[in-house]
Design a protein around this ligand. Structure first.
Ligand code: ZN
Ligand code: ZN
Length: 620
């Protein structure tokens, strides 16, 4: 019975659409089978419209008694037109009196995949439900959920989830994958995980969507944990899995796992995948962010194809390593040798390269060149770079001028970089107060201003205004604002070890503190005395200034690295905050006393400590 419903192509193949205009004897209407065959071979909308016209001669889509074959023919015409002319498709859809679920799904899918009409797929889904003639099926949900994810339509997506369960599609892998993607995209990682955990059957795609969800929200360790579980359960990672894993390694600064991923890609995948520009861009970004600039350069030179993103990754890589000349060389090669047009991200890289070296004149020049020569309108990120560059170099007034003249409203990030500079460069209490006020106004209730409170208390403390320090502290307490804790991580043999300031939770804590004691003894012999102004103010009250400094998280991570890293291999540390002056001095001394290279990625850049010096040349 079912077989008889599937249209079969005609035995003799029509070579063109029969013409009815010139023959004296009217030609017979081509059959539904003929037309269906023609749709399959259709190349242009003009051809499709001719077929559509022929179809209309035999039966109108508004007829309530369309045969299955005619309905199938209309669905094919609709399918083709969704790919080439969505407006035409929607008009055809509206003319069909009794669209079946396949026809609904075709247009829902087209809207969900379009760049501007994603919300139409939800409207169509709603129409499908309200007409109650056809019911959504397992092919409907993935597309409406895709639209919900794009539109961040949480409550609509949740209603769809409820309907999925009601209609009994709760165990379908494809539908569940779409649900995981929807929840993860909208930031509901816990629900995404619940759907994933409760799936009766998972596919590689299920693992990919859940891993990618965690990577997108910066939960790299969970992503890597899931990846290990996936491999342990004998699922073969594909190129999408590996791209997410490489991004997680970049986020965590986990170089050895990143290297392992690169080898895996080279060994397991075809040449085509290994040469894929997206894959290579992820690897490039990973090597740059893990502090392996040399490997990044080698990979970059060997890439068979490079796009603007590849050049941007390299320029940003040079910038965070403080290699301003190489960043400019890359910009020049990109424009003159490969004839690629730099975009706004390219200039974020170029400007931050100047920022990390404190090159104010050059930074201003390239900011102007970006507009005049490359016709790129500066965005808030570019103004952010310029303000930070000026302020950190001590030109606070000029930085404030840029802020007041920029065409868009400065954001919290810009004000925070200004306050940071005021604090470090003694920008004055009045200016600091003005800047802090802007931060508190913008960040009301967002909880992102804890750094501003801490900086303000430092500003008051440096002016010996202890009453104001107390006031700031009280405000922080009343408003429930906590200082963001310093946190450093180090990867040893594929495992990431994390330390917070004063951490004693590590299983090898005893050995770590013994190593820390030995470090202190040896650097004291070199003449080291702690820079107590960097200690937290609260430690002042408890007389624990020195102790609080020695327990900064990166020192614990470095001590752990000295105990466990392979001989001769650099110690790589990732820190969530900016390195303080005292830790910078200590790390330089350790690199000299222990003859070890230490690479620290802090919130803004890389520091490469070797033989008692740092690659940032003490400007950071
Ligand atoms: Zn420190
Ligand atoms: Zn440094």
């Amino acid at each position: 019975m079912a077989l008889a419903l599937i249209p079969t192509p005609p035995k003799t193949l029509p070579t063109s659409i029969p013409s009815t205009s010139t023959c004296s004897v009217p030609a017979p209407f081509p059959s539904c089978h003929h037309l269906l065959f023609l749709v399959k071979d259709c190349k242009t909308m003009t051809q499709l419209k001719q077929i559509h016209a022929q179809t209309l001669k035999t039966s109108s889509p508004s007829s309530s008694t369309l045969s299955y074959h005619t309905l199938f023919l209309y669905s094919r015409i609709l399918r083709f037109s969704t790919l080439h002319d969505l407006h035409y498709a929607s008009r055809l859809f509206n003319a069909i009196q009794n669209p079946n679920s396949f026809i609904f799904n075709t247009l829902i899918r087209a809207y969900a995949s379009s760049s501007h009409h994603k919300s139409h797929s939800l409207l169509l889904y709603h129409r499908m439900l309200s007409q109650s003639i056809v019911s959504p099926d397992k092919y409907t949900f993935p597309f409406v959920l895709k639209a919900c994810a794009f539109l961040f339509a949480i409550s609509e997506g949740m209603q769809i989830h409820a309907r999925i369960l009601k209609l009994g599609f709760g165990s379908d892998a494809h539908v569940n994958n779409s649900l995981i993607h929807f929840y993860a995209t909208c930031g509901y990682l816990d629900i995404a995980r619940k759907v994933f955990d409760e799936m009766p059957q998972r596919t590689v795609v299920s693992w990919n969507v859940v891993i990618d969800g965690y990577v997108c929200w910066g939960e790299f360790e969970t992503a890597l944990g899931l990846f290990k579980e996936m491999v342990g359960k004998s699922f073969e990672p594909d190129k999408f899995t590996m791209q997410s894993v490489v991004s997680a390694c970049a986020g965590l600064g986990a170089l050895s796992l990143g290297l392992w991923s690169h080898v895996y890609v080279l060994r397991k995948f075809s040449r085509e995948v290994a040469d894929d520009v997206l894959m290579n861009n992820s690897l490039l970004d990973m090597y740059c962010k893990c502090g392996s600039l040399c490997v990044a350069c080698q990979l970059f030179e060997k890439m068979p194809k490079r796009d603007v993103t590849s050049w941007n990754a390299m320029i940003l890589g040079f910038a965070i390593h403080g290699c301003v000349d190489k960043a400019l060389d890359a910009l020049d090669r990109m424009c003159t040798v490969e004839c690629l047009r730099p975009n706004s991200i390219t200039f974020v890289g170029v400007l931050s390269a100047f920022n990390h070296r404190g090159l104010v004149r050059e930074g201003r020049m390239y900011f102007d060149l970006m507009v005049s020569k490359y016709k790129i309108q500066p965005r808030i990120e570019h103004y952010g770079c310029l303000v930070d560059l000026l302020a950190r170099a001590g030109f606070i007034e000029e930085a404030l001028d840029v802020v007041s003249e920029m065409p868009m409203k400065p954001d919290v990030v810009i004000w925070r970089s200004l306050l940071d500079a005021c604090c470090r460069k003694n920008g004055g209490i009045e200016v600091s107060e003005l800047v802090a006020r802007r931060i508190f106004e913008l960040d009301e209730g967002e909880g992102m201003s804890s750094g501003a409170y801490v900086l303000m208390s430092r500003v008051y403390a440096s002016a010996n205004r202890w009453e104001d320090v107390g006031l700031v502290r009280r405000l922080m307490g009343e408003r429930g604002i906590r200082k963001e804790p310093g946190c450093s991580s180090i990867e040893i043999d594929g495992f990431v070890h994390e330390f917070v300031a004063g951490d004693t939770s590590h299983v090898h804590s005893k050995e770590i503190y013994e190593a820390l004691g030995e470090i202190e003894e040896r650097i004291a012999l070199m003449g080291y005395r702690p820079e107590l102004s960097q200690a937290p103010l609260v430690a002042e009250l408890n007389g624990e200034k020195e102790n609080s400094l020695r327990l900064h998280s990166e020192r614990l991570a470095i001590a752990f690295g000295l105990l466990n890293a392979r001989p001769g291999a650099p110690i790589r540390i990732l820190k969530n905050l900016r390195v303080c002056d005292d830790c910078h001095t200590v790390t330089k001394l350790i690199s000299s006393v222990f003859g070890v290279e230490i690479i620290v990625r802090d919130r803004t850049r890389f520091h490469r400590f070797k033989d008692g010096l740092c690659s940032c040349m003490d400007y950071w």
